[in-house]
Structures are given as C-alpha cells and as structure tokens.
Design a protein. Structure first.
Length: 332
C-alpha cells in the first residue's frame, strides 16, 4: 500500500507569531509529519465584524471578543507565509496552507503546494470552489458539517469547472471540537470510497489515539491532525490539538498499522514458514508395518511433523501394499 500522508494542522496555533510557527514546523517534522498546514486569510474578506465566536472558541480562549477580533490577531501576512514556505523547504518538510478567500488562494498557488484544500466551512463558497476547480490541481475537500447531498453537489461543481477525478481527495471529518466518539462515524470512509471511487482521508478532531489508526485501517490515505507545542497555550485550537508527544505516538501507531495491513495478498510469510513443517502433519505408521502389508485405518495415522507424505494423500494409499518396513511413528 502507498504510505499514508500525515498532515500536522498547525492552522492558527502559531498565535500570530512567526517565531512560534517555525518552532511548530520543526517539532512537527521531528514528530514524523509529512506536511505542515497553515491557514491563510484576509480577516476583512472572510468574517463580518460582529460575528460571535463558536462555543468551543469561547471556552478555550475565555474571552468575550468577537470572532473577527480573535482571528485578526492570528492573521499572518503573505510575506510571512513566503518565509515559512522557504523555512519548510530548508528543513525538509512539505508546506501547505488553506486559503479562505480568493486573494489568499491566488497567493497560495504562487507557492506551488502539492495540494489545495477546501475546508469544511467553505463547502458552500461557490466562488472559491469554482476558482479552485479551474486550477485542476490536487484538491482536498474536507466534509465536516456536510450532508451526503452537499458532498455530491460539491464534487459536481468541481468537475464541472475543470477538476479531474484523479485530482480529488475527500476527507471525512466531524467539525465539533473535540468530536464525541459516538459522532466519529468512520464507516463513512468506506461509503466515500465505494460511492465516489476516489481517494479518501480523514481529518481528526477527537482526543483519541485510536481513531486515526482505525481510519487508516478502513482505507484513509491522508490523516490530518491539529498540532500544538503546548495544550495550555492561549488560543482557540490548542486544547483539542495533539502535542508533540501525542502526535509522535499517533505517527508511530499509523506506521505500525501500515505494516499490519500488508499488501492484500495471502501468502506464507518468511517469519511463519519455519514453523510450517513443525505444526503440519504427515502420514505415519501407528503400528509396525512389514513389506507387503496393506495400509489400513489401523496401521497408519496422521501426526506431526510435516516432513513426510501429506495427509491429503491418506485415502489414496489405503489398501495399497507397503514397499518397506516401518516402525511405530516412522513417516510413510
């Protein structure tokens, strides 16, 4: 199987500080991430000035500021993102960033990322979806808060305006932070693979180590997980992110799961082959047998080891005459 791509979703966990963003990049690489991903936006173009924060944002920031005020403080400039892209290139980890508006999309494209991301909250943003589909670049569509009808409609729009089928990856996702386990519904991964016949991944917002691993076992080829240096940092997403120790453990568990899943081909492995002859059986003499005696149910049986004649030949030799002498337990 192809190696699962693991994305450390830094998002806005840099708290508006380029120095913290670089520390997060280095830590994510050390923890085993293939990609780091940020969020690129112009606050004035994506949020109205009076919009209240989501409940989890209020809880995690303990502030009565508006969502606009909170997000504005977390906005990085295009120049800063250019710096972060160069930093990622230098340190040997892939850079991604989700664009939330058309100006940001145009800028992100200039950095030539491997993927363009449509986040769950933009699933009804037709101008943005249309602009992305015209690029015909590898596109990840996150499906949190989406009905199946909305997913179908989004794919129709993407293909209508130019995105080829082999460029699409759907991310199953639940957009509650943290996601209750009874709302995870990982079997949607199988539904997406069957219904859309496309690449499928999973964006995880649970507090669980088991969930991303189970997603890989069900066929997820991309795992995206929020990443922080410290869950006690101030900010809306730190508490529901994995810290370096947790993220590293997740990566190890995913890589082990890849080994466990193997290549779909049933075969005798090298590790078990040495046991085959010891635990399989052979046809053996249950009594002393002389030359010319007939083989009968009474004088032959099947026992370990499997170095002799296979018991699959048992009924073929019944009634035949022995061509040599056998002692008890001799292999026939």
């Amino acid at each position: 199987m192809n190696k699962v791509k693991i994305i450390a979703e830094i998002g806005i966990n840099h708290n508006g500080k380029i120095s913290l963003a670089k520390k997060l990049i280095l830590s994510a690489k050390k923890a085993g991430a293939d990609y780091v991903k940020f969020q690129t936006f112009i606050t004035e173009d994506v949020i109205t000035s009076k919009l209240r924060k989501a409940d989890y944002q209020i809880k995690n920031t303990k502030s009565n500021e508006t969502q606009y005020e909170m997000i504005k403080k977390l906005q990085l400039s295009f120049t800063q993102f250019k710096d972060l892209k160069k930093f990622c290139d230098k340190k040997g980890i892939k850079f991604l960033s989700t664009a939330f508006d058309l100006k940001s999309l145009k800028f992100i494209i200039s950095l030539n990322p491997d993927y363009i991301k449509i986040p769950s909250g933009e699933i009804n943003n037709l101008p943005l979806i249309k602009a992305i589909s015209k690029l015909n670049k590898k596109t990840i569509v996150s499906t949190g808060m989406c009905s199946m009808k909305e997913v179908v409609n989004t794919i129709k729009i993407l293909r209508k305006y130019g995105l080829k089928k082999d460029k699409l990856t759907l991310l199953h996702c639940n957009s509650e932070y943290p996601t209750p386990l009874n709302d995870v519904n990982l079997n949607v991964i199988k539904t997406f693979k069957f219904f859309f016949n496309t690449t499928v991944g999973y964006s995880d917002h649970t507090a669980s180590q088991e969930v991303p691993v189970a997603a890989v076992a069900l066929g997820a080829s991309i795992i995206e997980k929020h990443f922080t240096l410290n869950n006690n940092f101030k900010g809306p997403d730190h508490k529901m992110s994995f810290n370096p120790i947790e993220f590293s453990r997740m990566v190890k568990n995913i890589r082990n799961t890849e080994l466990l899943l193997g290549d779909n081909k049933k075969k005798i492995t090298s590790s078990e082959n040495k046991n085959k002859k010891l635990v399989r059986r052979s046809i053996v003499a249950m009594k002393k047998i002389n030359i010319g005696d007939k083989f009968t149910h009474k004088n032959i049986g099947v026992k370990r080891p499997g170095y002799g004649l296979s018991p699959m030949k048992y009924f073929d030799i019944l009634g035949k005459h022995s061509k040599k002498n056998y002692k008890i337990d001799d292999l026939i």
